[in-house]
Design a protein around this ligand. Structure first.
Ligand code: BES
Ligand code: MN
Ligand code: ZN
Length: 493
């Protein structure tokens, strides 16, 4: 999808389809000279948040999509309502026979309306463009007959605020690039997308860019580093594990980096603690954390964000086999702490703990890990919010605010010491699972917290948000991560 900005009068927008808020529809109709057609549609339909009324016109714009609530219920229109309106409009746009669409923002010129503030214009432009990108994304790499792609080629936002909309277009485009990368990686089948494939995709991020270097740590190097937990996960697999590190050095030299760490289990059978067959196919998405952090690197590169960023993908496949880890095996982590593996299906924390210890060497300003870590997170929050855990309140707030702004919500969960006890092991320093099933997402976060004492840290459990069963990868929490990076870049720049 290509994005553009437009300024000037709505009548000269030169587009196939205009998207306008219901409260502005009458003004737009007047500017276009189609008062009668619009009046009929407005009278014949009822406005509501998330509603779309269509007007068919004889000459371009040949379509008008009137979105949202009736004017009297919608004096200003909140951003949350606009997000719902645009989601519906984007769904309609993806199926319309138009190549070019223009979304009128609040302050567009339809004859002397007061201008909205620049921040709101920026936000609405981001929302509009993200909604269209989401609605038009397809993954058809393995269809021998390609489904016809959406006709829509370009979306413009119409506003008087040229600077705000230009910035929004640049950011939306960069995020869209990162999201497409992350979703594609997530949607790949696990016979193709193994750790080596993830490494190859990650290497592409560094091509032809002197600010980006990609390094890959293989199993012999992991052994040298003492990553006994990481290595324990891949033992049953015929495909070797990789720890992939993307360095993006676009910030001030010497500025401490933000480190993102992603769980990259390219398939999670559970290992010797084999998962039940029903639903196991969803475990190809168990690398979505890795995909999101690599996508964040891609978006930061595309937007030339002035940050020092390091994305680490902890990639391995969790398989049963004669060499696989057994329940009750004890391994030594890179940190020196020993772990009793009482359930081989709690493998995400095992690859992450060593990746988090490895992150210490970068002296990070902050570390955010992203993982489809527990079924318990899905039980707790469903698909509406990712679970956030933190050892630092400021960082927790910053990530939560970023999630709100991006419409990619996260919800903070407790990390109280009381929950740590169940990880006490009879034979080693820590067990990899609690005694029962209580508070599973929290207990997993407690496990990780034992490896993150050296830096401000946030853990995002995205088991319920990273993909939609039967539909595919959502790219979440990349929108939240990107928003966090944008804020960090503007604070340091
Ligand atoms: N990858 C799963 C978690 C998961 C479950 C992600 C459902 C997405 C949807 C993880 O590796 C796992 O198996 N976790 C176990 C932990 C348990 C053994 C303590 C779980 O949640 O059951
Ligand atoms: Mn598992
Ligand atoms: Zn897993």
């Amino acid at each position: 999808m290509r994005y553009a900005t437009r300024t000037g009068n709505v009548a000269s927008a030169a587009t196939d389809c205009l998207v306008v808020a219901r409260r502005a529809a009458t003004d737009v109709a007047a500017a276009l000279g189609v008062e009668e057609q619009v009046r009929l549609v407005l009278e014949g339909t009822k406005g509501r948040v998330g509603g779309v009324a269509r007007v068919y016109l004889p000459s371009p714009p040949s379509r008008l999509l009137i979105i949202g609530a009736d004017a009297k219920d919608d004096a200003n229109g909140s951003l949350a309502d606009f997000r719902r309106d645009m989601t519906a409009a984007a769904g309609a746009l993806a199926n319309l026979d138009v190549r070019h669409a223009t979304v009128c923002l609040d302050d567009f010129d339809a004859g002397g309306k007061p201008g909205a503030d620049a921040d709101i214009t920026y936000r609405k432009a981001r929302i509009a463009l993200a909604a269209v990108a989401h609605a038009t994304y397809r993954f058809s790499a393995y269809k021998s007959k390609k489904p016809s792609p959406a006709k829509l080629r370009q979306v413009a936002v119409l506003s008087r605020r040229r600077a705000a909309t230009r910035r929004a277009v640049a950011h939306a485009q960069a995020l869209d690039d990162g999201l497409a990368f992350a979703k594609d990686l997530g949607n790949q089948p696990p016979n193709v997308c193994n750790p080596s494939f993830v490494a190859r995709e990650a290497r592409k991020l560094g091509r032809g860019n002197s600010n980006v270097t990609v390094s890959v740590i293989d199993e012999p190097k992991m052994a040298e580093l003492g990553m006994g937990a990481f290595l324990s996960v891949t033992r049953g697999s015929a495909t070797p594990a990789k720890m992939i590190i993307v360095h993006v050095s676009q910030g001030k030299r010497g500025d401490q980096p933000i480190v993102l760490v992603g769980k990259g289990i390219t398939f999670d059978t559970g290992g010797i603690n084999l998962k039940p067959g029903s639903g196991m196919e969803e475990m190809k998405f168990d690398m979505c954390g890795a995909a999101a952090v690599l996508g964040a690197a891609k978006a930061a590169i595309a937007s030339e964000l002035p940050v020092n960023l390091i994305a680490i993908a902890a990639a391995a496949e969790n398989m049963p086999g004669s060499r696989a880890s057994r329940p009750s095996d004890i391994v030594t982590t890179m940190s020196g702490q020993t772990v009793e593996i009482l359930n081989t299906d709690a493998e995400g924390r095992l690859v992450l703990c060593d990746a988090l210890t490895y992150a210490e060497r970068f002296k990070p300003a902050s570390v955010i890990d992203v993982a489809t870590l527990t079924g318990a997170q899905v039980v707790a929050l469903g698909s509406h919010a990712s679970a956030l855990y933190a050892n630092d309140d400021d960082l927790a707030d910053a990530v939560a605010d970023a999630g709100d702004a991006a419409g990619d919500r996260v919800w903070r969960m407790p990390l109280w010491d009381d929950y740590q006890k169940v990880l006490d092991s009879t034979f080693a320093d820590i067990r990899n699972v609690g005694a029962g099933r209580a508070a599973g997402s929290i207990v997993a976060a407690c496990f990780l917290s034992r490896f993150t004492k050296a830096f401000p840290w946030v853990h995002l459990d995205v088991a319920g948000t990273a993909y939609v069963a039967g539909r595919g990868s959502s790219g979440r929490p990349l929108p939240a991560l990107f928003e966090y990076l944008l804020k960090a870049a503007s604070a340091s720049g």
